[in-house]
Design a protein around this ligand. Structure first.
Ligand code: ADP
Length: 398
């Protein structure tokens, strides 16, 4: 079974093709800057990488390029569309309707359209991706894998906001959480790695990339997470503020005359590591600059402190934890930030091993053998989990 995984954004389409017989990656690529005049196509397969520029006006044309790349006589990996068995789509917001990955039909598309209001930046392009892929590869089963689905097991006291209850009942305003596919992947992998049955595995998962979120996982199921109605809540991120006093919004609007759009851009695009440091949203740049740049150091201090606070909160929420798991670009690779986050937590049962922590991009335990709670690095692979779900669901159809 060959499964194509699609991650469709507003101006880009990323794709990966898996041979699910051995879960090997046959090809991957991206079409970027769609509709921006000069678009860029990158395709890697059979140990070769192709990159070219083209005028790609819309997503439909982007899928023509992907189709051609996958079936190219020299660098392609599919002889014809018959070699493709199913397509899995990353969908950001599945709301309360989708608690697990789902075969996409017209009813599913209609429900996702309803959720577009909750995720206006993400769901509309995800839907465009589903439509274009159906056109480019007709007759194939399509499966939606939702960023929100893993967190649908949260208890109500963790997901409702202390707002008038009607806002939840009628307006669907509640915590949904995101990065669910990543939190689920690393949870399953860490339980396997540690030899603990998933239904008895309690963990705190930290997905630290450009977007950052944590989840409290009890018995393999998410019981709390830091992102909320939108991906803005919770941790400090590359350019997002995470938790702030919501009254800051009124203050900016009333006292400084800011428009809602300007505040939205401020909190989502100009805050976080970038806003605090004034230098970069990339933690590598900040780690390098920190010894001589006070604001770079402050940005990293605020970033790590927020994560430590949530580790404490989630230990209390869980009562007992087997593991703290790090993933995402920062979680997998940043030795100094993992150290800053975990150092001095021995009394809580997390004893960091500085030597073991010198690991980048591979699975490892980074706490001492005596540590009651183990901290681990687990590289995430959301695409593979999307492919697995797609295979499981599409396989049932055939
Ligand atoms: P995204 O959330 O867009 O998928 P990533 O998961 O790649 O992003 O995370 C981006 C962050 O990871 C950046 O802050 C970057 O500095 C950090 N990062 C990526 N690679 C490394 C590395 N080798 N060492 C330290 N930090 C890294």
């Amino acid at each position: 079974m060959n499964v194509l995984v699609i991650n469709c954004g507003s101006s880009s389409v990323k794709y990966q093709l898996f041979d699910m017989a051995d879960e090997s990656l046959l090809a991957k690529g991206i079409v970027e800057k769609i509709g921006e005049g000069v678009s860029i196509v990158k395709h890697a397969a059979r140990g070769q990488e192709v990159r070219y520029e083209a005028a790609i006006a819309n997503h439909e044309q982007a899928f023509d390029h992907i189709r051609k790349a996958l079936m190219d006589p020299t660098t392609g990996v599919l002889r014809s569309a018959d070699d493709l068995d199913a397509i899995g789509h990353r969908v950001v917001h599945g709301g309360e309707a989708f608690v697990q990955s789902t075969l996409i039909d017209d009813k599913v598309i209609a429900t996702l359209e309803e959720y577009s209001a909750l995720a206006p930046l993400h769901n509309p392009p995800n839907l465009v991706g589903i439509r274009c892929a159906a056109k480019a590869f007709p007759g194939k089963p399509h499966v939606g894998v939702f960023d929100t689905a893993f967190h649908q097991t949260m208890p109500k006291h963790a997901f409702v906001y202390a707002l008038p209850y009607e806002l939840y009942q009628r307006g669907r305003i509640r915590r949904y959480g995101f990065h669910g596919t990543s939190h689920r992947f690393v949870t399953m992998r860490a339980a396997e790695f540690l030899g603990i049955p998933l239904d008895r595995f309690n963990a705190i998962t930290c997905h630290l990339g450009n977007g950052c979120s944590m989840a409290a996982v009890a018995g393999g199921r998410s019981v709390d997470t830091t992102m909320g109605l939108t991906p803005l809540e919770g941790l400090v991120m590359g350019t997002r503020s995470g938790d702030i006093d919501p009254a800051i919004v009124f203050h900016l609007a009333r006292s400084n005359g800011w428009t809602l759009d300007a505040i939205d851009a401020l909190l989502n695009k100009k805050s976080g590591l970038l806003g605090l440091s004034g230098l970069s949203n990339d933690c590598r740049t900040l780690v390098e600059a920190a010894p001589t740049n006070e604001r770079a150091k402050l940005a990293l201090d605020v970033f790590c402190y927020r994560i430590r606070k949530y580790i404490g909160a989630y230990l209390a929420a869980l009562g007992r934890a087997d593991a703290v798991i790090f993933t995402g670009g920062i979680g997998e690779n940043s030795v100094p930030l993992r150290r800053q986050i975990l150092e001095g937590l021995d009394a809580l049962g997390i004893e960091l091993d500085p030597a073991a922590n010198e690991v980048r991009g591979r699975e490892a335990i980074i706490t001492r053998p005596s540590s009651r709670i183990r901290a681990l690095v687990v590289p995430t692979n959301e695409e593979l989990l999307i492919a697995r779900d797609t295979l499981a669901i599409a396989g049932k159809q055939g």
